[in-house]
Write a protein that binds this ligand. Structure first.
Ligand code: DLL
Length: 431
């Protein structure tokens, strides 16, 4: 089932023609913004002279820092009266990055999301409980408008308030939920703690996104809730959720190429990588009025899946995000991605729903400390069994990350629960 079959199954030539037309328009609009006016003149970019898609490479990359420097409105391409919405992404340092939308931008974004939801088989008969944060974060309102557009009944719950989440699923028969993977793992524990068997709630689908997670975490959420979980990817700089969405094949996310031109580059050199190789995703928004952004360095690592998808959509798929070029931990000189640790942990059946990675420096040596919650039944047996599990976990981790972490096994509920984006890594090393 398609939301817009013509656009979703468009052939490559038609798609490239559409991308070119939209790119040219976006470049012309951006030339009026203080930020791109300067960039274009410094790099000899003349939007009227662009004659192929390849010319996009004449425009330098845009970074999160460029957005901060242009705060509050140095990248806005429309008069103030045409803007109807703003969102912002929280940064750890400096100014937030702010994104503006015209009415058409909000509407187009809703179409992107509706397209993704329909691709997973959601229909207007579904009740959609949105457990992502409403507000400046794009997760709440982004899916909200898309779900309404395709006719779902939307329950705008936002994150937290776990008891009410459960009650509303029961009272209003929510069939589809939108949730961060870490909150899903917490929610399922809470549901059981209230004496309810999660599959009895009747939730059929979950959209998971906003933070990195592994295939093992997806499997765990699917098995415990008895539902199908779909990966959804996006970032506020590119509208929010709805940039790429899994279809019912659940095998990579279709990146909507009539909205974005996607490149995969070597994060070190900035050079384009051959199709199918893993690198940093770079995105150009070609269908936004208020704030066109060119060649945005997402810092997310992924690869294109070159094979066509059996679902018939022609928009290329990207693989699950492996990590960010900037969340890589360097522990005793070894590069480690939190997602590698998660993959190992979630493949161990005794592992429960929450964990933390703590980095410390003792006697000038890096130490990695992993705190892992187990299922409560693990604490009813004998200590030797726990020791054996700890050893097995240590070996499995060492095989992947090549370092030996200290492991602490904990009872369920020992670590602070996540209600939004999980913070898993605590780097306490002072350099
Ligand atoms: O997290 C938008 C979003 C909301 C996406 C709801 C999906 C669902 P930001 O707060 O700007 O926007 O964070 C964007 O989160 O660059 C990735 O590093 C990470 N991220 C988002 N989705 C996924 C995913 C929203 N499915 C940053 N898998 C991105 C892995 C993800 N990482």
């Amino acid at each position: 089932m398609y939301w817009n079959s013509e656009l979703e199954t468009i052939d490559r030539r038609g798609l490239e023609r559409l991308q070119f037309d939209r790119l040219k328009k976006a470049l012309a609009a951006a030339a009026s913004t203080p930020f791109y006016k300067k960039v274009f003149s410094e790099n000899g970019v003349a939007p009227s002279k662009i004659s192929t898609l390849e010319h996009l490479k004449d425009v330098p990359f845009t970074t999160k820092n460029d957005l901060r420097v242009s705060y509050p409105d140095g990248m806005v391409a429309v008069p103030r009266r045409s803007i109807v919405r703003m969102h912002a992404s929280s940064g750890t340092t400096g100014k937030p990055t702010v994104i503006f939308y015209t009415m058409k931008d909000v509407d187009e974004w809703a179409h992107q999301v509706a397209r993704g939801m329909v691709a997973t088989g959601t229909t207007s008969d579904d009740v959609f409980q949105n457990m992502m944060g409403y507000g400046l974060f794009t997760g709440g309102l982004g899916l909200h408008y898309g779900a309404e557009k395709m006719g779902c009944m939307v329950i705008p719950m936002s994150t937290g308030n776990t008891l009410k989440q459960i009650q509303f699923i029961q009272d209003f028969g929510s069939t589809v939920i939108h949730i961060t993977p870490s909150y899903a793992l917490h929610l399922v524990d809470e549901i059981r703690a209230h004496g309810v068997n999660p599959p009895d709630l009747g939730v059929r689908k979950a959209y998971l996104g906003a933070e990195p997670y592994s295939e093992g975490t997806r499997d765990k959420i699917e098995a415990q809730f008895g539902l199908d979980a779909y990966n959804s990817y996006g970032m506020s700089e590119m509208n929010g959720p709805g940039v790429a969405f899994e279809c019912s094949e659940k095998s990579g996310m279709h990146l909507w190429e009539d909205y974005y031109i996607a490149e995969i580059i070597d994060p070190e050199t900035g050079e384009a990588l051959p199709d199918g190789e893993e690198g940093e995703l770079v995105l150009t928004h070609i269908n936004r009025e208020a704030m066109p952004i060119f060649r945005y360095r997402t810092r997310d690592l992924t690869r294109f899946i070159p094979e066509p998808c059996p679902c018939g959509r022609t928009h290329r798929r990207i693989e699950r995000i492996k990590g960010r070029t900037d969340d890589m931990m360097i522990v005793s000189g070894v590069n480690v991605f939190p997602s590698q640790i998660e993959t190992v942990l979630m493949n161990i059946p005794e592992v429960g729903n929450n964990y933390q990675i703590v980095l410390e420096r003792e006697d000038n040596l890096d130490r990695m400390h992993i705190k892992v919650e187990l299922y409560s039944k693990m604490f009813q047996g004998d200590m030797r069994e726990l020791e054996r599990l700890k050893k097995r976990m240590g070996e499995a981790l060492r095989a992947i990350i090549t370092i030996n972490p200290k492991i602490e096994l904990l009872e369920p509920g020992s670590l602070p629960p996540s209600q939004g984006k999980a913070k898993r890594v605590f780097d306490n090393r002072s350099l």
